[in-house]
Design a protein around this ligand. Structure first.
Ligand code: OGA
Ligand code: NI
Length: 347
């Protein structure tokens, strides 16, 4: 990526401010009580998680149980992979059929992102609908495309995926408790999950005032667990005043954010929050989000325990598989229309 192609340029109202404020108050949560036997400490943790989901939709966690060497190995492999020649990376390039692998032309809201990515799914293969048509019920398998270089990439990614699923399910148990639900309430949705992991590389950009690493968006899935390096660039739209604030990198912590599906399941008790990534002219940046997604056959709708006459369901049920493949397609191609969003299912 050389000079800035017009495809990357954001509309003036979406351009980042180069002088930014760092977020004060994004909650930092210590997860150790979730593995200890002290019911009072667990209760406090559940309340902390609940208020972070409500007030921010974003929080960081420490003492999360993910082995640091697993994270370091994936970070090192990602750095090596993106350092390979374009020709080498293109050997695992995604296309309209093979949707996992390497690509550098993702669009968010139809503006190109200043980044290159490598996607792989947690379940191998991952089962999804083969067509966007709501009347078609055929399924297809998504297969990962593993590069030959660097050789350890496959193993370290698969090991890390297991760590991510474990942490995500633990977080979902805490979120369930915080909503007054049984601890395992969400478990059934993650059999045959469509979760995936993305290795992100944001190269230095000559015009960080015009382009974004990822344009403003909300994550469509259940929950995201993000590892970011020490460069910084993630900005969150603060709920209290709508300001864009930067999430300060904390070594070895993970950033957690509520996705659209939690917003629907909780009938908007918890809302997903808009975020974006700034790039900078000096330093490249790496990040690794894990996107927790349910099975393709999940019908996403407000949980019946959380709706009643006074608080009726705010969304109609929608099929996750169809939603997901529609979204994947629109991020891949520049379209004339806005991509699918949960508000299309608003009652
Ligand atoms: C995303 C995202 C943030 C980052 O990929 O959805 O928000 O810091 N990434 O890379
Ligand atoms: Ni995101």
């Amino acid at each position: 990526m050389g000079e800035v192609d017009p495809a990357f340029i954001q509309e003036p109202e979406h351009r980042p401010k180069l002088c930014f404020s760092e977020a004060e108050g994004i909650p930092m949560i210590d997860l150790s009580p979730s593995r200890e036997k002290d019911p009072c400490a667990l209760d406090r943790l559940v309340r902390e998680i609940g208020s972070a989901c409500k007030e921010w939709g974003f929080f960081q966690v420490i003492n999360h149980g993910v082995p640091l060497d697993h994270r370091h190995k994936v970070e090192a492999a990602a750095r090596e992979f993106f350092g390979e020649s374009t020709q080498e990376k293109n050997k695992v390039r995604r296309d309209a059929v093979k949707v996992l692998g390497y690509y550098d032309t993702e669009h968010t809201k139809n503006v190109r992102d200043w980044k290159e990515v490598f996607d792989f799914s947690v379940e191998e293969p991952t089962l999804v609908p083969s067509s966007l048509d709501p009347h078609h019920h055929d399924l297809t398998h998504w297969h990962n495309q593993w590069p030959h270089y660097p050789p350890p990439l496959r193993d370290v990614c698969q090991e890390y995926a297991k760590d991510m699923v474990k942490l995500a399910l633990e977080l979902m148990e805490l979120i369930a408790l915080s909503l007054g639900l049984p601890q395992k309430r969400f478990q059934e949705f993650f059999k045959d999950q469509t979760s995936f992991i993305r290795l992100n590389h944001y190269p230095p950009c000559p015009s960080p005032d015009l382009a974004l690493g990822v344009g403003r968006h909300k994550d469509a899935g259940v929950l995201t667990i993000l590892a970011q390096d020490d460069v910084g660039g993630l900005e969150v739209k603060r709920k209290s005043d709508g300001e864009w604030v930067r999430v300060r990198p904390t070594p070895n912590a993970y950033i957690i954010n509520v996705g659209d599906i939690i917003q629907v399941w909780s009938n908007e008790a918890y809302e997903s929050v808009e975020h974006r990534v700034m790039v900078n002219s000096q330093k490249e940046r790496f990040s690794i989000p894990f996107f927790l997604n349910p099975s393709h056959y999940t019908m996403v709708e407000p949980l019946e325990e959380l709706v009643n006459e006074k608080n009726p369901a705010k969304y109609k049920a929608y099929n996750w598989g169809k939603f997901f493949v529609t979204r994947k397609r629109s991020n891949f191609m520049k379209l004339d229309v806005e991509n699918i969003q949960i508000y299309h299912f608003k009652v």
